[in-house]
Design a protein around this ligand. Structure first.
Ligand code: ATP
Length: 312
């Protein structure tokens, strides 16, 4: 049995379809990245999978429980950490953990065991008596994760868990997520950060409420729509980048050009030489670096696929 299964899961708000016939499975122990632009339907889908919102059509199971028929069992068996997590600022870290444990009916020795386990995992020990409103963003996020794990759920939904925290805290939170997955927990994560998407075992990309692609990061990069036969992808630093991008679009025979940070990523025919590319880019006021052949990044994957769909 997969940890999560969706079959034609759909949600409409009036005449608007926010989630349109999604079907896929999430295997136990995976870190499943659920990606898509703002408004593509990710949160609506998660709310259905957490038993918080009824589907209009289709079905889904989480831990074997049907989200529409048995939402209470779903809620008990999952952890949920949202963008705007609901910690009580005036309560200490320890009191917050007690509060959320109480919701799940944990008491006595079981409560003590679970508190100890989540504090150890998230390393919140030194902060147990601190008011949670006084924690830094990264430590608040750890506390939110600890509260989501207090009842030992098998599946954890994390809706942009690292939004607004610094790069070091992000990396540390991801290390925790790896530990959880290694212990057999299933993580369903939304993120807008491509480096985080790279760390997922599988990725689904949602666009305009529909599933566009699903697969491992490596599978997505080798899709023929992303890496067509007889083409190569190169990167070249260009200053100023916007001028470089405009110049790149005028290179004869170029198949695609995008800016990834300050580098141009160009998709060109395999036979195109570096000289041709450099000649095409040469123009007053533009400084060009060395040309390097690269494999596509996930950002290249989503940009390529989205452009194709927009043109279709
Ligand atoms: N209760 C509601 N009533 C009407 N429309 C809604 C409701 N909830 C969500 N929507 C609409 O459904 C669409 C999908 O929203 P959703 O929040 O699921 O997107 P998202 O992919 O999670 O976006 P983000 O990345 O910004 O969090 C949006 O156009 C939103 O306005």
């Amino acid at each position: 049995m997969s940890a999560i299964e969706l079959e034609g899961l759909t949600r409409r708000f009036g005449t608007f379809t926010a989630v349109d016939h999604l079907s896929f499975k999430v295997e136990k122990g995976s870190i499943f990245g659920f990606l898509g632009p703002n408004g593509s339907g990710k949160s609506t889908c998660i709310r259905m999978l957490c038993g918080l919102l009824q589907p209009t059509e289709g079905r889904a199971t989480v831990n074997g429980f049907d989200v529409a028929k048995d939402p209470e069992s779903v809620k008990r068996s999952i952890g949920y950490m949202s963008q705007s997590f609901s910690l009580y600022r005036d309560l200490t870290v320890g009191e917050n953990l007690d509060f959320f444990a109480g919701i799940y009916g944990l008491r006595g020795a079981r409560l003590a065991d679970r508190k100890k386990a989540v504090i150890e995992l998230t390393q919140l020990g030194p902060y147990v008596d601190r008011q949670s409103g006084q924690l830094s963003g990264g430590w608040k996020q750890r506390l939110a994760l600890a509260t989501a794990l207090i009842h030992e759920p098998e599946v954890i939904f994390l809706d942009e868990p690292t939004a607004g925290i610094d790069p070091v805290a992000r990396r540390e939170l991801w290390d925790l997520l790896f530990d959880l997955a290694a212990s057999g927990k299933t993580l369903f994560v939304t993120t807008h950060y491509m480096d985080e998407a790279e760390r997922c075992s599988d990725i689904a990309y949602i666009y305009l409420s529909k599933l566009m692609v699903i697969g491992t990061p490596a599978e997505l990069k080798s899709l023929p729509e992303v890496s067509p036969p007889n083409t190569k992808r190169v990167s070249v630093a260009a200053t100023p980048p916007a001028v470089g991008l405009r110049a790149a679009h005028n290179i004869e025979g170029i198949l695609d050009a995008t800016l990834v940070e300050s580098e141009l990523h160009l998709l060109v025919p395999e036979a195109m030489t570096n000289e041709t590319i450099l000649d095409g880019l040469r123009q007053p006021g533009l400084t060009i670096g060395e040309i390097r052949e690269i494999s596509p990044s996930l950002e290249d994957v989503f940009v390529s696929l989205t452009r194709r769909l927009a043109k279709a």
